[in-house]
Write a protein that binds this ligand. Structure first.
Ligand SMILES: *Cc1c(COP(=O)(O)O)cnc(C)c1O
Length: 375
């Protein structure tokens, strides 16, 4: 273990953050104080600008991890007698379906293969066959396998059919383009500790202004009520309950760096370079990505586990950690895999080093090749 340096996180959050972002957390802030109120207002303004939603949307921050905000969005946006359709091609889709059911909303799931994007034809058929469906839930980048789903097409269909759309853009916002002027959604959710490169601890939900009034009274939870959180914040500038102050100031600092880097397009370019550096380097060691490149978002890569009998994820993980890099377990049930994130305050230099750490981990364990079993 290096004593003076943290391992680099190749995970989909928490991520490796910049020194500036970490340093922003060294102060204490009063939650009611005007200085902190100004930070919250600035964060909200910057977040709205990222999706060009100043005219059409508001943004409501919420304490907790990203899932808290997904749950809050469903509970606040979908009326209690609403009917949610979840397009499921992975673990985060299943989580969304689960929380929607637990919130007492009638929930229908269409299951798709987790190695490809969801099908818009199947969505169209489902909406035609069941007119009681009021809302569609889509995961933009399914972090489970790393698949990119067709957000624009799904949004267009929902707009044509007059259905509400709730988008979990947790692992894509800030990196992939999302423009609220051309993509119609009722709610879109992301969090501090993903592609904006803040630390974990708060989520935020963009809500379309036109549906705001209809959110009132939908939530059966006090703490997760985005309508209440919104109206309180508009009135006072403050968070309704104790805010994660250090997380908010860290996100504020991370957003400044986001703008300085050149915004979403620059971030995407860096992640794409990370992705290419990783996949090329891993291929030289024999490793194969699980997804065809056409379906793959440059956020997180699922690799097949090597067929070599010396491989177990646990041993491989421990060895990579000794060489300074934290890998991520796979989330697929059918195939043995592991995942490597391309996001965070890291660039191609760190990705080269990550590949080198994997090579050293293989040597340590006596793994000759990263090649998977032939099927
Ligand atoms: C990270 C993530 C979430 C939120 O997970 P938490 O563990 O609650 O932070 C939700 N959806 C997707 C697609 C994610 O990548």
């Amino acid at each position: 273990m290096p004593l003076h340096r943290d391992a680099i996180l190749l995970t989909p959050g928490p991520l490796t953050t910049s020194l500036r972002t970490k340093l922003a957390m060294l102060r204490d802030w009063g939650s009611w104080d005007s200085d902190f109120v100004a930070v919250t207002a600035s964060v909200r303004k910057s977040l709205l600008e990222i999706v060009h939603g100043q005219e059409s949307h508001v943004v409501v921050p919420l304490q907790g991890s990203g899932t808290f905000s997904v749950e809050a969005a469903v509970a606040s946006v979908v009326p209690r007698d609403g009917h949610v359709l979840v397009l499921d091609n992975g673990a985060y889709c299943k989580r969304a379906a689960n929380l929607s059911t637990l919130m007492g909303r009638r929930t229908t799931v269409i299951a798709f293969d987790d190695a490809s994007p969801i099908s818009v034809t199947a969505l169209q058929t489902a909406l035609q066959e069941d007119s009681s469906i009021s809302h569609v839930v889509l995961i933009h980048c399914e972090t489970g396998a790393g698949v990119l789903n067709p957000l624009q097409e799904v949004a267009d269909i929902c707009a044509q059919q007059g259905k509400g759309l709730i988008v979990d853009a947790m692992s894509s916002l800030g990196a992939l383009p999302i423009d609220a002027r051309s993509i119609r959604f009722d709610a879109l959710i992301a969090a501090s500790g993903k592609c904006l490169e803040g630390v974990p601890g708060m989520g935020f939900v963009y809500l379309r202004k036109e549906i705001l009034a209809s959110c009132r009274g939908n939530s059966q939870s006090l703490a997760m009520d985005l309508y209440d959180q919104y109206t309180y914040m508009e009135k006072t500038g403050q968070w309704r309950f104790t805010p994660p102050t250090h997380v908010v100031v860290a996100l504020h600092e991370a957003l400044t760096q986001f703008a300085q880097e050149g915004g979403q397009s620059a971030r995407l370019l860096r992640y794409q370079t990370n992705f290419q550096t990783l996949v090329r380097g891993m291929a030289a060691l024999g490793f194969q990505p699980f997804l065809p490149e056409a379906f793959q978002a440059p956020i997180i890569v699922t690799f097949h586990a090597p067929a070599d009998p010396a491989y177990t994820f646990k041993k491989f993980y421990d060895a990579a950690k000794r060489h300074g890099f934290i890998l991520y377990p796979g989330k697929l049930t059918q195939v043995e895999t592991f995942r490597v994130g391309c996001i965070g305050a890291i660039g191609p230099v760190e990705m080269e080093q990550a590949v080198h750490a994997v090579a050293l981990a293989m040597q340590d364990l006596g793994i000759v090749s990263g090649a998977p079993a032939l099927d």
